[in-house]
Design a protein around this ligand. Structure first.
Ligand code: FES
Ligand code: FES
Length: 166
């Protein structure tokens, strides 16, 4: 067992975890944060993406003990405490980029990581950034439009307002 301590959506989490436990299982089964999805379990679909120190990573192939000392943000950390959606979430809703929604948490997380580094990405840059996120429903056009709208919405916000809620 490994003793871990890290920030999860702004709150300190301390736990004992088995070395083989993935961060995805820890989030879903230990913390009941089921917004992060398991699509493939092998690092290939992006449904399980979370932010670790601001980088989008697949949590299905990341051992939970690797979160020790880091800052992790899941999709549950995006909306404000009063429930109002983060601009990226709003953009996905308003653009019609959500169908079954299974890929959406990973898409939102990946978009947050992209826009934090590149606030005004081209369509090619958006498609490249989302190349590891698979959607079986939308055909991606609406998702690209959502990222473009998110960039515009976040440009209208102060950096503090546009950050994930934690
Ligand atoms: S469930 Fe992790 S990449 Fe598919
Ligand atoms: S909306 Fe269904 S997988 Fe993307």
């Amino acid at each position: 067992m490994e003793s871990i301590s890290f920030l999860l959506n702004g709150e300190r989490v301390e736990a004992l975890v088995e070395k083989r436990l993935t961060l995805l299982k820890f989030l879903r089964e230990n913390r009941r944060l089921t917004g992060t999805k398991c699509g493939c379990g092998t690092g290939d679909c992006g449904a399980c993406m979370v932010l670790v120190d601001g980088e989008a990573v697949t949590s299905c192939n990341l051992p939970a003990f690797r979160a020790d000392g880091r800052e992790v943000t899941t999709i549950e950390g995006f909306a404000a405490p009063d429930g109002s959606l983060h601009p990226i979430q709003r953009a996905f809703v308003e653009s019609g980029a959500v169908q079954c929604g299974f890929c959406t948490p990973g898409m939102v997380v990946r978009t947050a990581a992209l826009l934090s580094k590149n606030p005004d990405p081209s369509e090619d840059e958006i498609r490249a950034a989302l190349s590891k996120n698979i959607c079986r429903c939308t055909g991606y056009v609406k998702i690209v439009e959502a990222v473009q709208l998110a960039a515009r919405l976040m440009a209208d916000k102060s950096p503090a307002d546009a950050r994930p809620a934690n």
